[in-house]
Design a protein around this ligand. Structure first.
Ligand code: KG4
Ligand code: ZN
Length: 364
């Protein structure tokens, strides 16, 4: 089964073709980074307009490699949320139109499910899938750290995801972006801080890793951002590159430590020795290496997708959609865009975001 995936939830217009086993046939991403750079963050209206301009060429480019073009596609999967509603609508309406014209089944995909399942994608080099990269078995603990979300999940199957903890304020990627902005490093901040942190001393500024010693699996990053702002207010924006590298390394180390420690606490609490990192922040080199170090120490198997599958892409949407199709889903044209994840409370939820309450036994 070949699935055309379409993603337009934020500032990347993306289309991909993936089979039900996760093998990527095409993976096209048109980034809007330059468009939003002058504003230091994503401007929703500009994002929607750029999606409108980019969506058709991006889909055409994804279909280019298929001998029969869209005639070789068996189904369409599209991100329905969470995200910027105006941006989502561009992908959704395009997907609905294509599905209608070509008589294809269509499924709506939760963007967060896409991130959590991206670890199963296989990139083919010279026509051969990367057999070396091991994939986790279910259940696994999934850390999702992106620009909009930071949460821990127990992923029991592609259709059964339990929220274990989440940020109470900013997402980790948002903290990277805001700190980079106040250090004058531009947008997006994550890659810039990652690059500079490599040569810095993580102990030079003693930022506290937030919530590290608190019980539970929630995160909080807004206090750390304020601590960096206060440091910059008192000491000024670092004038030389060594001092800049030091502050980046110190901030990044605090974020990384809490992300990794809480993820391992989740593995222990759930009795699951498998951890998957996902979302744009999982591209961070400091996070990848610290997670490997602590997982090795604690006997937990670590799985991290390649960087291109961590940041927003449509291959993960196509794969998650393929899993929904295999389990019998076909949303027809009845897919609504939503801006916030309906599954933000702890517990198990159905696809509509309704809490599945525990069955109470009447027999006492
Ligand atoms: O998953 P993603 O591409 O989009 C969302 O769904 O939000 O994540 C984007 C976020 C941005 O905040 C960006 O700064 C962060 O991921 N990011 C990184 C790195 N690459 C991207 N953060 C830290 N280190 C990186 N190398
Ligand atoms: Zn994302």
């Amino acid at each position: 089964m070949l699935v055309l995936g379409i993603e337009s939830s934020c500032d990347e217009t993306a289309a991909a073709v993936v089979d039900e086993g996760g093998l990527i046939y095409a993976d096209v991403v048109a980034s809007q980074v330059e468009l939003h750079q002058p504003y230091g963050g994503v401007v929703p209206e500009l994002a929607s307009r750029a999606h409108l301009t980019n969506i058709v060429p991006v889909i055409e480019s994804a279909l280019e490699g298929l001998p029969g073009g869209i005639r070789d596609v068996d189904a369409i999967a599209v991100t329905q949320g969470p995200g910027l509603v105006g941006a989502l609508l561009v992908g959704l309406q395009t997907a609905k139109a294509l599905a209608w014209v070509h008589g294809l089944p269509i499924v709506g995909v939760n963007h967060l499910d896409g991130h959590l399942l991206a670890v199963f994608l296989k990139r083919a080099a010279k026509g051969v899938a990367d057999p070396e990269r091991p994939v986790p078995s279910f259940p696994f603990v999934g850390l999702l750290a992106s620009g909009g979300h930071t949460a821990l999940y127990e992923v029991r199957s592609s259709a059964d995801v339990l929220l274990l903890g989440q940020t109470r304020d900013d997402a980790a990627g948002e903290a990277f972006d805001k700190v980079a902005k106040l250090l004058g490093l531009g947008y997006p901040g994550g890659p810039a801080i990652d690059r500079l942190a490599v040569s810095g001393d993580p102990r030079s500024v003693p930022f506290t890793a937030p919530m590290l010693h608190r019980k539970g699996l929630d995160f909080s990053f807004s206090g750390l951002k304020t601590a960096v702002a206060q440091h910059v207010q008192a000491a000024g924006v670092p004038a030389d590159s060594a001092a800049m590298a030091d502050i980046c390394a110190s901030f990044q180390a605090a974020v990384v430590e809490v992300l990794v420690r809480k993820s391992l606490a989740a593995c222990e609490a759930q009795g699951i020795p498998r951890l998957v990192l996902s979302g744009g922040v999982a591209a961070n080199r400091g996070l990848r290496s610290r997670a490997q170090e602590l997982c090795d120490e604690q006997g937990v198997s670590l799985f991290i997708p390649p960087v291109a599958s961590c940041t927003d892409n449509a291959a993960m949407i196509a794969y998650a959609g393929a899993q929904r199709l295999i389990s019998g889903a076909d949303d027809g044209g009845e897919i609504q865009a939503y801006s916030r994840d309906p599954n933000r409370r702890r517990g198990r939820f159905d696809r509509e975001g309704t809490l599945i309450t525990k069955k109470v036994s009447n027999t006492k």
